[in-house]
Ligand binder design. Sequence first.
Ligand code: IVH
Length: 663
Amino acid sequence: MISPQKLAEKLRKEIEEHSYRYYVLDQPSISDEAYDKLFLQLQRLEEENPSLQNPLSPTQKVGGKPLDKFKKYKHHEPMLSLQNIYEEVELGEWYDRWEKSLGNNFQAAGEPKFDGLAIELVYEEGHLVVAATRGDGEIGEDVTSNVKTIRSVPLRLRGTFPRVVEVRGEIILPIEDFKKLNAERAKDEEPLFANPRNAAAGSIRQLDPKIAAKRKLDLYCHSVGRLEGKRPQSHWELLEHFGDWGLRTNPLRSLLKSREEAQAFYRKVESQRDTLAYEIDGIVLKINTHRDQEELGFVARSPRWAVAYKFRAHEGNTRLLDVEFQVGRTGAITPVAILEPVPIGGVTVSRASLHNQDQMEAIGLKIGDWVVVKRAGDVIPDVQSVLVEKRTGKEKPIRFPKHCPSCNSTIARPEGEAAHRCTNRICPAQLAESLKHFVSKRAMNIEGLGDKWIDLFMEKQLIRHFSDIYDLTRKDLLGIERQGEKSAEKLIGAIERSKEVTLDRFLYALGIRLVGERTAELLATHFGKLETFLNASDEEFRNVEEVGETVVEYIREFLDDKHNLVEIERLLKKGVKPKPLINEGGGSQKLAGNTFVITGTLPSLSREQAEDLIRKNGGKVTGSVSKNTSYLLLGESPGSKFEKAKSLEIPTLSEVDFRKLIA
Ligand code: IVH
């Protein structure tokens, strides 16, 4: 029989090979399920044999323990910067200089300039020992535990590699993932990231590696620091070695024989810029051979043998006409720049975010100013800076309001927050935003009740509270201009249908701060019934998976406000029935009073089917094992929950045992 140690090593090799094929070569050779199975098998083996745990195991990629702070890391060789050029004439000047030293028989490697976060990966004996940010070029921060979670970063190199190699590259967050991340943050009213680079940097600077693990970060390797061993003869060879060692490089690269070819490459990459999955802001040209690079050497903090030839940013200059202050669902006041419309990168921009007072003041903005506006990806444009030289003296200062623009109540800036908030809980702007959230697709899902209707109904004083929606009659609707019989009928139907809501959506719809969709789902699963949620103690909230102290505080604040409880009461009276995630009776009660945790793959039931069966029989399902767990429903390749259950002596059930229980 194969020893656990050998088996673990075999599984690791297999998993590494599949990751390499998937993330580096982009040619997966097994299904995601088969991969997950291998992963679970290894996880279980390591859990059962703690001596097998290894910082280089692929199981480390799910993110380790949170840190208190990052350690400093001194780079063995400084991480330099590149000189920038923007114009074809400047490219000509570079070529003139290069030719002066090297003659005209040299090649340059062209590749994209990634707009991400510079990182150094130190591999010793092929093992990833440190990953550090650039910092000031000399001293960066040790962010190893976060970088380890990036799927395309191998923890061990493949093939024949140098004894020590410091690989440098760029961590990026693909544009799609950036948009998703910001959409989630917007829903939870968390501050948005200005662009994918900030999001990547923000993710790598999280102290909890589990957060970095959730973000779909990626890496392109582009250069090298210290290298102990045989040095590749050229940059091109280095990139090929990277591939052989299992490191991801970017395929959009070319060896260029002349300045004309370099200029053509620049145009080609620029024309592809908007079709790429990630952001780039130019190309980098590097003299190819190591010998020529040494010949040219360095100037100050940049190599003479490389240059960044940047694209003109998606930027435009225009005038700031006004600043509007928007009130969000939780009262946050956001300044928005109203601009003279200007085309930027193919779209007309007339509004831009100013984020908050601090950011606005940092730019030193005045009404009437000429400003530089930048678009990053598809994100809301940003006001970058003021063109002070264009000032005429007629510009007017911007006053951050002291009172809410909607209800005139006092505005306060809670300690430690960047946002100002309106303190009036019945502020009409907040109410309108809360109502829009309440009826939205992922909340109560009242189809056809769009933002315009909410504004109109509020204006006509037909609704003020969530529960007023359920008092709307056909007559009310028909009384509104342009509202026909048919659509009134439809809307009434949609309102009626929304009463059958699941508890998670209902909790989400209430708009409790920081209770986004995911938290609402965890709360609903944990508490099962609305009543249990409403009566839970802070301690019980803390026991819910992923619920931290701040969330508990906001839930408590919400529940302590009697208006909220009255409103929930009204909703229930009007027939809204948040469907409990446990059975309230009617069905079998065979599992009543029992709490189940499921782990591993069951022979015939899917996870959802098993959960459903438990709930239908009056039982409760939770995500993690504790002393309150009654049974662990155990499938094949279980995770760490199995260990935990064993240590707490929680009885386990197979699917067959479970079926007998409910038969
Ligand atoms: S080579 C001497 N190649 O740009 C620097 N850098 O201004 C050698 N960057 O922070 C780096 N894309 O991380 C190189 N294809 C690329 C790059 C690239 C982005 C970053 C790099 C550095 C900055 C230098």
